[in-house]
Design a protein around this ligand. Structure first.
Ligand SMILES: C[S@@+](CC[C@H](N)C(=O)[O-])C[C@H]1O[C@@H](n2cnc3c(N)ncnc32)[C@H](O)[C@@H]1O
Length: 241
């Protein structure tokens, strides 16, 4: 008798757990593959936006160009993230680590997980770690549909000029969402799609409206958009508690 009650209680708990997983799961809006593609696009559409092709590691020098300091003010970006010294931050689509190493200085007791799908980019990060004797940046090889981060393990995630080229944006944000602790924040920086004066190809920019639309399928609160940058939106989303 006791055993069967125990059993039915466990089955009920399992069912409730499964139901709550189903209830929190975001609904996939779906992808559309078009026969035509625009220049620098991959012909795959997500919520009305054509996804851009991935920037190859051969162009890594462009990420480190000196003019980028004035164009993107990277030090001010990381100062505006409101990080604590022990925070764990994932830099998704980290490239050569342009932002990872700046963030690492702000989290001396924490760490930066520099996620990229190109091993060559992670190799550049390893070179800089050795050169500058940095111990709190860890390279993580992700997949196109998985940032490869453990659940509930990060306080913040940042994507700079990267999200528009994720060819599985839903799966990537889903993975980041699961990796965030409750109250954790996503910082999404993209060139302003609304602004024709930003000298970047159209598929490599995003409007604020489009970003909000794509994030709205997850349990994320659009907390703020900081507009101090010359060319980009710095958008902040918070995982609901
Ligand atoms: C234009 S670079 C930007 C790099 C870096 N965030 C910066 O601002 O210097 C975009 C990076 O995103 C990476 N990437 C593309 N799809 C990805 C994915 N699904 N997961 C992780 N990284 C991805 C690319 O390999 C590339 O290194």
């Amino acid at each position: 008798m006791k055993m069967s009650r125990l059993f039915s209680h466990s089955v009920l708990s399992l069912l409730l757990l499964l139901m709550s997983e189903v209830l929190v799961a975001a609904e996939h809006p779906g992808y559309i593959n078009a026969p035509e593609r625009r220049t620098t696009g991959i012909g795959k559409f997500y919520m009305g936006r054509e996804i851009a092709f991935v920037m190859g590691h051969q162009a890594a020098d462009w990420l480190n160009r000196p003019g980028r300091i004035a164009e993107e003010r990277p030090d001010e970006v990381v100062e505006n993230m409101g990080l604590e010294p022990d925070h764990v931050v994932a830099d998704i689509g980290a490239g050569s680590g342009y932002f990872s190493f700046r963030i690492a200085k702000l989290v001396p007791q924490g760490k930066v997980l520099a996620v990229d799908i190109q091993p060559e980019m992670l190799a550049l990060i390893e070179e800089q770690k050795a050169r500058d004797k940095v111990t709190n940046v860890e390279g993580v090889l992700g997949k196109v549909d998985d940032p490869n981060l453990p659940p509930n393990s990060i306080d913040a995630a940042i994507m700079v000029d990267a999200y528009h080229e994720f060819d599985h944006p839903f799966e990537m944000i889903n993975g980041i969402y699961n990796a965030l602790r409750p109250g954790g924040r996503i910082f999404l920086l993209e060139y302003r799609g609304e602004d024709p004066n930003v000298p970047i190809r159209p598929l490599h920019k995003m409007t604020e409206e489009q970003v909000v639309r794509e994030m709205s399928v997850f349990g994320l609160d659009w907390t703020d958009t900081l507009d101090f940058l010359p060319w980009q939106h710095m958008m902040i989303f918070t995982k609901l508690e």
